[in-house]
Design a protein around this ligand. Structure first.
Ligand code: FEO
Length: 161
């Protein structure tokens, strides 16, 4: 396995767990504001990020790489309004996409074809996550402007698996 790809993947485990922690902070914020649908939506995101971290950890383990787990930074949780976590989440996903692309590029440039194949799932996943977050912002902008619309959107989000 290419050593630079290996180092980037190790770091990505931490980034994915941080993403989980960030979304948990957002979920916690919404539950505190009695918007349990939004809280649930971010809880699901947090769980998915943990799965991403575990996928990378397993990949490294399966390839005989020893991984030392680093500390996870505390996420900020001071949001100015109900929309703020949504835009912060989209910005964060775009950042994670740039990280995944950088690892993919390193894998491709160093002929680490196994890593390329492994990372393709993440490339697609990032596209989906950016879209679902952008869709939620669009819905919020359509409905979230008054209490009734916000209530309806919150109710819809409760059903997300
Ligand atoms: Fe696993 Fe959404 O980054």
């Amino acid at each position: 396995m290419n050593t630079q790809v290996e180092a980037l993947l190790k770091d990505q485990i931490n980034k994915e767990f941080y993403s989980a922690y960030l979304y948990l902070a957002m979920s916690n914020y919404y539950y505190g504001e009695n918007l349990d649908g939004f809280g649930h939506w971010f809880e699901v995101q947090a769980r998915e990020e943990q799965e991403h971290a575990m996928k990378i950890l397993k990949y490294l383990q399966d390839n005989g790489v020893k991984v030392e787990l680093a500390a996870i930074a505390a996420p900020g949780a001071d949001f100015s309004d109900y929309r703020a976590p949504l835009t912060a989440a989209l910005k964060h996903e775009q950042y994670v996409t740039s990280l995944i692309h950088a690892i993919y590029k390193q894998a491709r440039d160093s002929d680490d074809f196994r890593a390329c194949q492994f990372l393709e799932w993440f490339v697609a996943e990032q596209g989906e996550e950016e879209k679902s977050t952008a869709d939620l912002i669009a819905k919020f902008d359509l409905l979230g402007g008054d209490a009734k619309g916000l209530y309806l959107l919150n109710a819809e989000l409760k059903n997300r698996a």
